[in-house]
Write a protein that binds this ligand. Structure first.
Ligand code: HEC
Length: 185
């Protein structure tokens, strides 16, 4: 009897940590999958010219608008159905809201999400405001869709984002809309 108990204890001792490691590997794999299919790279990984056209530059994975890429003033569009302009990197966007720059989602403590908690992340995505209480998040960040992710999905996305290489890249603050002709004195 004692021997059987010992055998069970041994099996449990091995199953415990191994099972926990599997769970976290699963969570990271799920986060990676969600980040891929929900197109986070489309806007948060700067695009570069590749052999088949523009493609995300994975050496700068999810690090947002490159700090060294200073954007000239956005072109003034004529009246008409064209609404916005976008940088070749897909990381700077000018429209009626002003100019927005995609955020650094890597775990860098100073310039990325390194100091964020899961709570900060969930509050941001659910409310469409920085940290759930700061300024509203500007277009084209698709939080109106992403707020429907389950808590479990958001936890997996956040866990994955915290596991990728940290890249120091300070993204500029957004710019307000250019004054319109009518608003000028
Ligand atoms: C169509 C472009 C686009 C896509 C796709 C996109 N984002 Fe964003 N995201 C942005 C822009 C632009 C900003 C900056 C908005 C601002 O400064 O108000 C941003 C900001 C953020 C922020 C920062 C919010 C803050 O308060 O600092 C987080 C977090 C974020 N995105 C996460 C994600 C995740 C996770 C995905 C994929 C599931 C994703 N984004 C996909 C464009 C996008």
């Amino acid at each position: 009897m004692n021997r059987i108990v010992t055998a069970f204890a041994l099996i449990n001792a091995f199953a415990g940590p191994a099972a926990a490691a599997d769970a976290s590997t699963d969570t990271l794999a799920r986060g990676r999958y969600l980040v891929t299919v929900a197109s986070c790279h489309d806007c948060h990984t700067p695009f570069k010219a590749g052999p088949n056209g523009a493609e995300p530059d994975m050496s700068r994975m999810l690090s947002g608008h490159p700090e060294g890429m200073l954007m000239p003033p956005a072109p003034r569009l004529p009246a008409g159905p064209w609404l916005m302009s976008v940088a070749a990197t897909n990381t700077a966007w000018a429209g009626p809201w002003g100019v927005s720059f995609t955020a650094n989602l890597t775990p860098d403590a100073e310039t990325g999400l390194g100091r964020w908690t899961l709570r900060n992340f969930i509050d941001t995505i659910r409310s469409g405001r920085h940290m759930g209480r700061g300024r509203p998040i500007l277009p084209p960040m698709p939080y109106p869709m992403y707020k429907h992710f389950t808590d479990e999905d958001l936890a997996a996305i956040f866990a994955y984002l915290q596991s990728i290489p940290a890249i120091s890249n300070r993204v500029p603050e957004p710019l307000p809309p250019a004054p319109t002709t009518a608003a000028r004195p």
